[in-house]
Design a binder for this molecule. Structure first.
Ligand code: 6PG
Length: 483
């Protein structure tokens, strides 16, 4: 009898193809299926030739070629196709078999699908897979969640294909129940948006305010990649700035309108739903939206004037300040992202391991960086740390970075160069470290026009007061409730 496969995969697009090659290289036999079945034959004769793959021409054939408990992984477009495939797979599975979704699914869908698949006596995993094409082949970061009983059956496969950090630990571990894995992947993507945006803001300042060439910027990013900012996104920015087409930097020929597939937006929406100030990521999503209004911006640029100033400061100092601004803002972004995960854990009953998440992001994924090792240390030291800014290491770093970061924001604003992520992060920092904010006035306004009541500093919390501010209104207060 021919050997059965350890796992089956549906969806031989870029990610699927590379992930199965990775699995096979670790000693697993993988059955593969694709809706356009010619792709299966092409793969088996091409990149899969001579390797331990079983080509399947139907879902029935795919499921029949699997070792029990069967593990069927989908790497298909997020949304309806995932639901459609689940319904096509279910009739070919038996109790205890596992369906895995490795796409960028929205976590509420994964919560719903976990319940649905479990109601059929099967198990479900929704896993984030990050690292793009190269990561899938050489070692992605994987963030699985779903039915806890499914984890022991896939653990070895997932951890052996995942990226490893210096000490050999895999960038993959169980995240939590139902949608937890896809939630953490969503926050990863939001942080990815934020990291990319602050890098872009630094680039614009270097280019437009300091008049630097792409070669000069390439050198700066090369330096930055050796210190605190050492990360995949700084590294690829260095390479992009050094990339030439016909002797000129290709980046300058690319149209300035950003695309987005929605995971950053989901992160922002989730923050609004849970009431978490996720300002840097929010601004990063909006910055992409503004960039996409290209025609309107071109029109506006012809009629609206901004300040006309020439930079006369110390260029080297400003480059140094920019490094501090990036680092300070990055700390805020992660502090905000972690706060979102903490609130979601309460809301959705997940027991998230924050140090473990930092380890999963430490290698393989798009936001991988040396910085994540320090986040892991912070949560290992204090697993109930309420905000990264309260960790002594990060508190010290951000306090040190703030002078340069403030100079960057102030200078950018006076030059009329937009730095929404860098400035909103700084405002969050100042708000977070403020004992008193002007919300007392805001409460007074709410009470003035709508009798929404307020609490007093000279009375215990939870006691609400209403004032008849004009003498015209009555004494009836509206009910107090918070969304
Ligand atoms: C990853 C990435 C990936 C994402 C792209 C594109 O972790 O490998 O996050 O999952 O799809 O980054 O995202 P946008 O099109 O929204 O920029």
């Amino acid at each position: 009898m021919t050997k059965l496969a350890d796992i089956g995969l549906i969806g031989l697009a870029v990610m699927g193809e590379n992930l199965v090659l990775n699995m096979e290289s670790k000693g697993y036999t993988v059955a593969v299926y694709n809706r356009t079945v010619e792709k299966v034959d092409k793969f088996i004769k091409g990149r899969g030739a001579g390797k331990n793959f079983i080509g399947a021409h139907s879902i029935k054939e795919l499921c029949a070629s699997l070792e029990k408990p069967r593990k069927v992984m989908m790497l298909v477009k997020a949304g309806q196709p995932v639901d459609d495939f689940i319904d096509l797979i279910i009739p070919h599975l038996e109790e205890g078999d596992i369906i895995i979704d490795g796409g960028n699914s929205h976590f509420p869908d994964t919560i719903r699908r976990t319940k649905y698949v479990e109601s059929k006596g099967l198990l479900y995993i929704g896993t984030g897979v990050s690292g793009g094409e190269e990561g899938a082949l050489k070692g992605p970061s994987m963030m699985p969640g779903g039915s806890p009983a499914a984890w022991p059956a896939v653990k070895d496969i997932f951890q052996s294909v995942a990226a490893k950090v210096e000490d050999g630990s895999p960038c993959c571990d169980w995240v939590g129940e139902d949608g937890a894995g896809h939630f953490v992947k969503m926050v990863h993507n939001g942080i990815e948006y934020g990291d990319m945006q602050i890098i872009c803001e630094a680039y614009q300042l270097m280019k437009e305010m300091l008049g630097m060439s792409s070669d000069e910027m390439h050198e700066v990013f090369k330096e930055w990649n050796k210190g605190d900012l050492d990360s995949y996104l700084i590294e690829i920015t260095r390479d992009i700035l050094g990339y030439k087409e016909d002797g000129e930097a290709l980046v300058e020929k690319i149209l300035d309108t950003a695309g987005q597939k929605g995971t950053g937006k989901w992160t922002g929406v989730s923050a609004l739903d849970l009431g978490i100030p996720l300002t840097l990521i929010g601004e990063s999503v909006f910055a992409r939206c503004l960039s996409a209004q290209k025609d309107l911006r071109v029109e506006a640029s012809k009629v609206i004037e901004g300040p006309k100033v020439k930079f006369e400061g110390d260029k080297a100092q400003m480059i140094n300040d920019l490094k501090d601004a990036l680092f300070g803002a990055k700390i805020i972004s992660y502090a905000q992202g972690y706060n979102l995960m903490m609130e979601a854990a309460k809301e959705y009953n997940w027991n998230l391991n924050y140090g473990g998440i930092a380890l999963m992001w430490r290698g393989g994924c798009i936001i991988r960086s040396v910085f994540l090792a320090d986040i892991k240390k912070a949560f290992d030291k204090n697993p109930t740390l309420a905000n990264l800014l309260l960790d002594p290491y990060f508190k010290g770093k951000v306090e040190k970075a703030q002078a340069g970061w403030r100079r960057v924001c102030a200078t950018a604003l006076s030059y009329g160069i937009p730095v929404p992520a860098l400035t909103s992060a700084l405002c969050y920092f100042d708000g977070f470290r403020s004992e008193r904010l002007p919300a007392n006035l805001l409460q007074a306004q709410r009470d003035y026009f709508g009798a929404h009541t307020y609490e007093r500093i000279d009375k215990p919390r939870g006691e609400f007061f209403h004032t008849n501010w004009t003498g015209r209104g009555g004494d009836t207060a509206s009910t107090t409730y918070d969304v």
